[in-house]
Ligand binder design. Sequence first.
Ligand code: ZN
Length: 486
Amino acid sequence: MPQIARRSLAPLALIALLHGATAVAQQVAPPPSRPGVTPVAASDTTPAGRILREVHDHQHALADLEHLADGIGPRLTGSDRLLAAHAWAESTLVARGFTSVHREAYAFGPSWTRGVASARLLAPGAGTLSLAQMGWSPATAGPVRGDAMLVTARNDAEMQALFGTFRGRVLLFGDLPPLSGPGVDTAAAGALRAPLTRAMRDEGALAVLLPSGKETGLNMTGSPTWRRPLVPVVPVAFVETRDYERVHRALLRGERVPLELNLSGALSPAPVQAFNTVAELRGSERPDEVVVIGAHIDSWDLGTGATDNGTGVAAAMEALRAIQAAGLHPRRTVRVVLFSGEEQGLWGSKAYVAAHAAELDRIQAVLIDDLGTGRIRGWALQGREDVRPYVARAIAPLNDMGVRELPLERSSDSDHAPFVEAGVPAFFAVQDTVDYFSTTHHSQYDTFDHVRPADLLQGAGALAVTAWELANMPERLPHAPAVRKP
Ligand SMILES: [Zn+2]
């Protein structure tokens, strides 16, 4: 604060002091109700009421999340930071009195460590580009220089003409004949695209630049197994939209665009193991039947993984804590699984389903929380109309908190998917998206300041009560035929 202000502070300080006094006076009154988790009257002694009151009065979720995001930080699968997060979660769950807290290992492949990423636009004009190397993509051989090139073709003949043009170029993808859609021969279209993609690598393209696809911020993806068949196995980077558009416009104007790039992320010399963290509240009557509360503890590494998926981890841990702290003993076991490898393609949940194949038929339901900081509004039933009555009953105590939606919507981009494929009733939390897709998802803005405390607590309460009700209902939820055998 500049010096002069200090002098004029006197009257302000006085006002603040007065304000403080009244605020202190105010604090002797009961704490104001915490928005998000509807304060539950003490007279409501239902299990749901007791759980929600426990979250409202004694929640740990916010401090847990702040530690996970700010204290531990980005948690790439295979990294030391993620191992530190597993250790923290496990020691915290043990300290909170949960039994059978353990780690389950699975083979992951090489880990990847982000290095430097820099790009200079040498012409037209000059400048630096904001970019980040795609995870697990090869590094450049130090700083490299090459002209940018828009890979564009309206038809097969023009695509044929691209062969032999990639050496030493930095590629941006323009319009290429569609691979699918009305009237498109997918096989024929794919047949030409695959050799073209190989030619990009074999001819020695320097790198590929991809748009981040967001108004602001970067994006990220990548995996030990190359999951983007139309992107050559060369150094790849996501570029912020404003910078990507600048290069793209210059290429559309037909100008020469020399770039200098340096991407130095590296693979580990040997494959590593990855882990899922597990903790449970053992069932009192049917301990072998299980309700799983799941969230992935790994994250991308441009931000601190606060909303993807620190919020899910904190809500899952708080849900288990609140059920126990409310003095409740579920009839079936309630188990929290903090998966890893989610961002690389659901590796942890796939490994969990394979490792637990023998007990899948005893899973009552799986609840996955992985859509950022927003309030939970319901559960996506993954096409299972037949289980709607059970889930509707489970969320009935939460209807007043805005948890009412049970869309049939199917999705395959989070940890519920391997369970659904195995026929297990698995549901994905429907949440307010807030700024998840526009800003935080996989970007450098995925930080604690984007967390909405009230929504996080509402989510923890919703997760806990849904799990409790499913763990205690007399009926078993029917399983569906497995699409893919584990
Ligand atoms: Zn996620």
